[in-house]
Design a protein around this ligand. Structure first.
Ligand code: 4AD
Ligand code: MG
Length: 429
């Protein structure tokens, strides 16, 4: 039976067998050092000429970068090695000798690596990012399942838009027009009226012609929606949620964070409550810093970074002008020119990771918004029904998975946060 590098610590002193690839190799004439990887981790295999058969020594000599093999060896604890263990090789069974692996261990340009994304994923750094992404996904599901939420899956093919019409992906649905989902929110509101507290976790699509380090065309969003939850409670749930994710990664991904060289002291500061600043105060702060911005403008990435610089933790910017936010957001009863919403801005310049709000529950006001935003009442009739039949106060939010991965891993571009990024002008591989 095969074991894995991740579990090898349970077999110190025993002979084990691994299925693996050669990541790197060096030789000193009488000893060959094989850097092996099996997906679960990396380990050094030591082949000593005097201790193995001639055949095994020959096989080891043939191995090249990314050759695939089964290897047997005795596990030794070794404090000097990064994994804590080493394998004294006793036997080799070659599956394939690889020739001309395109990604050498020297530096390559980003375009070259992106063209070879299917192979680039094997590198220690990319493996670490994918392992942390997986841990974040696990922690997301754990948080909601432990807090009484049901997972609901909204459709991906939709007849209308949820977040404005400018960046919709159009497709044909037989004779009808259809769009790839920008957000499952409107459907999640229907689900919240059926199940109380729900969350979705799925791909979303935005044909955004912006080539920035924070935008993907296809990204994954986590969208909770909660009946009888107001703006205040919405923010409390968000800060508990984000803190749970960060703490889970700190607890379970120390070796991956080390591979990435992430300064974890910054992540360790993430605990509830998160600071809050109103949109009004944020505008004033930016004006004092000399940014060209006035009340009514939306924030650009440099504005968000300047605000985030004031805090060690993620910061909520609350109550944006009604005019620049989505049609479904509930106005502040005391100041209808702003809405009961918040964007959560990650520290260290990673930008907005959450957008959320309390939703309009008054059927009359929603109808008025449909008119102001020139939305077809027929197309949104089902959504109106949610206000006609037992409307209640409710709130929700959307967390962008890739931006969260970028922040927690300390990556300066979202292209490394998803296995196969879809970006402006990149659809391969
Ligand atoms: O702020 P957004 O547009 O909010 C919504 O879609 C709401 N309907 C969510 C809700 O209340 N249920 O998007 C939410 C988050 C952003 O904060 C950001 O993290 C991420 O989705 N996001 C993107 N991530 C990568 N690439 C893009 N093009 C993104 N657009 C949004
Ligand atoms: Mg937003």
């Amino acid at each position: 039976m095969l074991t894995t590098i991740a579990c090898i610590g349970q077999h110190v002193g025993e002979e084990v067998k691994l299925g693996c690839w050669v990541y790197n190799k060096r030789s000193s004439g009488k000893i060959q050092f094989l850097q092996l990887r099996d997906g679960s981790g990396f380990i050094q295999g030591v082949v000593v000429k005097a201790e193995v058969s001639e055949k095994t020594w020959e096989q080891a000599s043939q191995l090249t970068q990314e050759s695939s093999l089964y290897i047997t060896g005795v596990v030794r604890a070794d404090e000097r090695s990064p994994s804590g263990y080493e394998l004294t090789v006793t036997g080799i069974e070659i599956i394939q000798i690889t020739h001309d692996y395109p990604i050498s261990l020297k530096e390559h340009g980003v375009d070259f690596l992106m063209d070879h994304r299917h192979l680039w994923l094997r590198s220690p750094r990319q493996r670490a990012v994918m392992a942390i992404r997986s841990e974040i996904i696990r922690a997301v599901n754990e948080f909601f399942q432990e807090n009484g939420f049901y997972k609901v899956d909204p459709p991906i093919l939709t007849p209308t838009s949820a977040e404005g019409t400018t960046n919709l992906f159009h497709t044909k649905y037989f004779d009808e027009d259809a769009y790839l989902s920008q957000s499952g929110q409107l459907y999640m509101e229907a689900a919240a009226m059926a199940l109380g507290r729900v969350y979705s976790f799925g791909p979303t699509f935005r044909a955004e012609k912006s080539k920035t380090r924070r935008h993907l065309i296809e990204f994954w969003m986590i969208e909770p929606e909660m009946a009888f939850v107001d703006h205040e409670e919405n923010l409390r749930i968000q800060e508990n949620f984000v803190t749970h994710i960060v703490q889970s990664v700190l607890k379970n991904c120390q070796s991956e964070l080390k591979v990435l060289g992430r300064d974890t002291s910054k992540l360790e500061q993430v605990c509830t409550p998160f600071p809050r600043i109103t949109y009004d105060d944020a505008i004033r702060l930016l004006q004092e810093k000399g940014h060209e911005i006035k009340w009514g403008d939306d924030f650009g990435a440099p504005d968000e970074t300047a605000i985030a610089e004031h805090y060690d933790k993620p910061v909520f910017i609350t109550k944006y002008p009604t005019e620049i936010k989505a049609f479904y957001m509930k106005p502040d009863p005391e100041r209808p020119e702003v809405v009961l919403c918040a964007d959560l801005i990650a520290p260290e310049g990673y930008g907005e990771i959450i957008g959320g709000s309390q939703r309009i529950d008054d059927p009359k006001l929603l109808e008025q918004r449909f008119q102001e935003h020139q939305l077809s009442e027929e197309a949104y009739k089902w959504y109106m029904d949610l206000r006609t039949y037992g409307t209640v106060p409710h709130s929700g939010f959307g967390l962008g998975l890739e931006r969260t991965v970028a922040w927690i891993c300390g990556l300066d571009h979202v292209r490394e946060t998803i296995p196969f990024p879809r970006m402006l002008y990149r659809l391969y591989p």
